[in-house]
Design a protein around this ligand. Structure first.
Ligand SMILES: NC(=O)c1ccc[n+]([C@@H]2O[C@H](COP(=O)([O-])OP(=O)(O)OC[C@H]3O[C@@H](n4cnc5c(N)ncnc54)[C@H](O)[C@@H]3O)[C@@H](O)[C@H]2O)c1
Length: 353
């Protein structure tokens, strides 16, 4: 791989514009081209980052052929991800794809296998893992300072305006938008912070009459995790009223941990006889940018060292993606889903679990 890595940006919508900035500022990368179906977005790259019009494309396949990048950042909607990911690996480039990998779990497995066969690095953008509050919560729970986590409640109420000018439009009409676009970040954070895997999923999805989303905007789930940990999950994009609320509380053997806002505000109570909350000081972060910045910098370091499984790996993402697909299945059947059985049924190799 060249140093700096020759990077192709694919998809310059709401998320891709953030990625364009991050990659423009990242010293280990040099953006060699931009791809989007919409010419306005390519003109934006020319205005913002002095992109040469001859390196701006509507067709990713042509851009890959002409520019021969080392690294691709793929920030397109998940519906056509499979085709795009396969083309990137055929071209010989390493890939950082946005989540979710697809809306079809079997396609996800095939994409991860394609990267293995091509001996190319494949990471998925689970940038929430690099938020200060997430890293700190993981560190506290791993240290067992307040003992082991036993049960938790994760509660996310949002009134998300899917027509807001700075947001994407595809979640308004896609299948299970809340699960595949939002809960996927939450369950990935849950797995990461607890260092624990989900063994059984029970899930119900619904859509309130006032929802602007065509399919379910609300998810209620129970996650039975390793070591007997139970997580009670509630998430909605269609909260009534404009009041958003967030609380992630984890009760441990000798205290409890609380996150009061989605991206910040971590608090702790030490001991079981105490009701005094201590706020844990954490540095400020630009939401969804500074976390991604550290993530991609580490991915480029790992690729430069020849590590073809840069964190967060696509293979690891399959475990989060599988839980989301199992949530959808549980909602459809009304039954719990055992994750081992789910992974067996989908042919997920045992050494990937
Ligand atoms: N990790 C995060 O924090 C985070 C935040 C927001 C969105 N996302 C993810 O990023 C992805 C993109 O979301 P978005 O909000 O930018 O959506 P968006 O609809 O705003 O933008 C998608 C862009 O991709 C372009 N596009 C579509 N197909 C293409 C193709 N084949 N070739 C080139 N360009 C193509 C579209 O023209 C559009 O400009 C989604 O998977 C979403 O889940 C992640």
């Amino acid at each position: 791989m060249n140093s700096p890595a020759r990077t192709l940006m694919v998809g310059l919508g709401a998320r891709g514009k953030k990625w364009a900035r991050i990659m423009h500022e990242e010293q280990k990368s040099q953006t060699v081209g931009y791809v989007d179906l919409d010419d306005d977005n390519l003109e934006w790259a020319q205005t913002m980052y002095e992109a040469d019009p001859k390196n701006c494309y509507n067709d990713m396949g042509q851009a890959l052929k002409d520019l021969q990048p080392d690294f691709v950042v793929l920030a397109t909607p998940p519906m056509d991800r499979y085709e795009n990911v396969m083309k990137v690996f055929e071209s010989g480039a390493h890939l950082l794809s946005e989540k979710p990998l697809s809306l079809d779990f079997d396609e996800g497995i095939r994409m991860a296998k394609a990267a293995e066969d091509a001996k190319l690095g494949f990471a998925v953008g689970l940038n929430f893992r690099w938020q200060h509050c997430i890293l700190k919560a993981r560190e506290i729970l791993r240290s067992r300072r307040i003992g082991a986590p036993r049960f938790a409640g994760y509660s996310y109420w949002r009134n998300r305006d899917g027509y807001a000018p700075f947001l994407n439009r595809f979640p308004l009409t896609m299948r299970q938008p809340m699960l595949y676009e939002q809960v996927i970040h939450h369950i990935d954070s849950i797995r990461f912070v607890y260092d624990s895997e989900v063994e059984r999923v029970t899930c119900r999805c619904s859509n309130p009459p006032w929802s602007m989303y065509r399919d379910d905007a609300t998810t209620i789930a129970i996650f039975d995790m390793t070591a007997g940990l139970q997580v009670n999950y509630f998430g909605t994009w269609s909260g009534q009223t404009k009041l958003d609320q967030f609380l992630w509380r984890t009760d441990c053997d000798d205290g409890a941990l609380f996150q009061y806002e989605l991206f910040k505000d971590l608090r702790i109570i030490r001991g079981s006889e105490n009701d005094v909350m201590e706020k844990i000081p954490l540095p400020e972060q630009e939401q969804l940018v500074d976390d991604a910045r550290v993530m991609v910098s580490e991915i480029l370091d790992q690729l430069a060292e020849g590590n073809l499984h840069p964190e967060p790996t696509a293979i690891d993402h399959l475990k989060t993606f599988g839980i989301i697909a199992a949530c959808e299945e549980s909602n459809n059947t009304g039954l719990p889903v055992e994750m081992d059985e789910f992974f067996d049924r989908h042919g997920m190799p045992s050494h990937w679990r």
